[in-house]
Design a protein around this ligand. Structure first.
Ligand SMILES: [Zn+2]
Length: 342
């Protein structure tokens, strides 16, 4: 879990994934035949297959996380931000954040909504849910210092320690560093793949799968597999029927979400392999949201695509929580698939 902890705690706003990419690069370098970073910042890793006429299988794991960019610094040194990705602002009160200035060390601060605190707020103010534009960062630094070091456009990410408790792990941006972990683990374990396997650590997924669009155009895969987290709403207040997935019940084989419908043959194949190899798995239908599979499926003339999901509680909060067993099951199923003769 050392690698997942490091991945979780690294900052990687959409468009500024370089620290995550550098970390992954170093880990996977000894395990790939070729590796390069494209113009958008996608890290494209190739592991050649043994088949005479190998197909191209592309696995996409996005590196970015929902984050902010600095919008302005006011006279008192308070920083306003612009959000990049879908936040539920109810989860943004009293958060520690990291600013990456263009020079010097990272600056840390507190994120809170503007306005009066609950002790002195009117009943109306208390019930209002603020927009991200109303939040500000207090760095504790003198206004002149903030103005000197922080500029509009600097990335801002949430800060949270990674923790293990019981069989679960929790931290920020398990969406989608958990999938990066699976991508790294797969490259390390893959020994006898028949097809050429491209594991692509993509950028800017959270704002419309942008990195997957260009990388899948370039690779033009026959088969596309997105690895991502999915909702596990197996928690109080939600009916059995609406849980999407359950923690600890294995990798989720996605049938559909709002961006893509998985190729039916691939769904059948993955179920068959999971059953044969006794890998815990569950089916997933997600009414909203999407993954890089939406881009993979539409690459050039199209590819057969599917998503393997890691069930995760409290998605898009800093307490994203998953089960170690599900993480392992995802990696197991992916490796098994890539090493099964087509
Ligand atoms: Zn994601």
């Amino acid at each position: 879990m050392k690698i997942l902890k490091a991945l979780s705690e690294l900052p990687g706003a959409p468009g500024r994934e370089e620290r995550v990419r550098d970390y992954i690069k170093e880990l996977v370098a000894p395990h790939v035949d070729e590796m390069h970073t494209d113009a958008l910042g996608n890290l494209i890793c190739l592991k050649r297959g043994s088949a005479k006429k190998p197909r191209k299988v592309m696995v996409a794991c996005h590196m970015d996380e929902i984050a902010f960019y600095v919008r302005s610094v006011d006279e008192k040194g308070f920083i306003r931000v612009h959000h990049v990705g879908g936040f539920d602002t109810r989860n943004l009160f009293a958060r520690r954040v990291r600013i990456q200035p263009r020079k010097g060390e990272d600056i840390f601060g507190n994120l809170n909504p503007s306005g009066r605190p609950i002790h002195v707020a009117t009943p109306e103010e208390r019930n209002k849910i603020p927009t991200t534009n109303e939040f500000f960062i207090d760095t504790g630094l003198e206004p002149e210092e903030v103005k000197k070091r922080v500029r509009a456009g600097d990335p801002v990410t949430l800060v949270q320690d990674f923790v293990e408790f019981g069989d679960l792990v929790s931290g920020k941006c398990m969406d989608n560093r958990a999938a990066c972990w699976v991508g790294i683990d797969t490259l390390k374990r893959l020994k006898k793949n028949h097809d050429d396997v491209y594991v692509v650590f993509t950028v800017q997924e959270e704002i419309g799968v942008r990195g997957a669009i260009t990388s899948s155009y370039a690779i033009d895969p026959d088969i596309g597999i997105a690895i991502d987290v999915t909702l596990a709403v197996d928690t109080p207040g939600v009916s059995e029927d609406e849980q999407i997935t359950k923690l600890g019940k294995g990798v989720a084989i996605k049938v559909m979400d709002a961006y893509s419908i998985s190729d039916n043959e691939l769904v059948e194949t993955f179920i068959e392999i999971a059953e044969k190899s006794k890998i815990p798995h569950q089916m997933e239908l997600l009414p909203m949201g999407g993954t890089d599979a939406g881009a993979l499926q539409r690459a050039r003339g199209g590819s057969k695509a599917i998503t393997l999901s890691i069930p995760t509680r409290y998605i898009h909060t800093v307490t994203e929580t998953l089960h170690k067993k599900d993480l392992k099951a995802t990696s197991d199923l992916l490796v098994k698939y890539l090493e099964t003769k087509p």
